[in-house]
Design a protein around this ligand. Sequence first.
Ligand SMILES: [Zn+2]
Length: 364
Amino acid sequence: MRRPRIKPEHLPVRHGDDRVRIGGVVRGIAADIADPDGWVWALLAALDGSRTTDQVVADLVRLHPARSEADVRAAVGDLVRAGYVEDAGEPPVAGLTAAQRERYRRSRALFRWMDRTPRRTSWDTQLLLRGARVVVIGIGGVGCTAAQTLVVSGVGHVHCVEPDVVELSNLNRQILFTEHDLGRAKVDAAVERLSAYDSGVRVTGERLVVDGPAVLRTLATGFDVVVLAADQPPEIRSWANQACLATGTAWVHGGYHGPQVSCGVYRPGTGPCYDCARVAERERRAGLPPLTLSAAAARIDPPHAANAVSAGVAGQLAAHLTLSLITGVPAVRTNCQFGFNLVTLQDSFALGPESPRRDCPACG
Ligand SMILES: [Zn+2]
């Protein structure tokens, strides 16, 4: 690192006389550092990007003679490894035009804020997105939002898969479509709209029915991440799981059960798979008293309950997990499902076994 500098999003604050907080106030990023004699505070002030590491060390030892050169050098190393430091003398970024740097300036700031991994340049995450290929399966409420977010985030290639045409009842949540698109193939309208956001992103699509794992396996082969935004037929997530286990492709799913929004994120071979969680859930339910449906519940098939918020939050979460799989930012837990309750706005949860199940039909 040529000229170490505390990231602008992680600037420290002092609490009382003996404690420094670095990384802001967001849980998962911020950290407290004990600093009874003030030398950490002085070190953080010196890491302003105006001098080399050697100059920072020399300045600190002069200001705080009780600290050795080795102490200061080790502290700088700890801060760099913890992801709080960037290089003010980073090399000019190659692979992004001036217009792209202007477009993604604010994304870079947020990635830099959430990122706890040392990087060669502050543009590394955007370059990873630029080189990524993602297929979105199902361009309904969840898929429209997910695809839109992936395109405007600068994912290099977004491919849309969907067999249906646009209907009036889609327009309360499927935000890529307008009244002008009624009767059009969704995939055509989606590709046209998505292409208008960023001419530098390759957007493609195909009108295709997913009728088994073989179709998904073919799709998964050509892409870095599969986003499963379809929920029909009911076996489709297990099909995606089987396909991605076979190809080694990372995948996410997004959906909802009324106001309960959920998504899952899987990196095959690194932990339990989607079907491991289903086996664990069946086991959990087998230990509970049996459930009996009321006669009315057994008879009535309620209409699909969703709006732009429930589908949109699910789509945004699926896109967020996809960006995380591509860039490592933020470094979320994988091989599990997350949920969020839109009624209480509080009950977020993570579900799934800690390790793969030997009795899993897909990976066991
Ligand atoms: Zn499994």
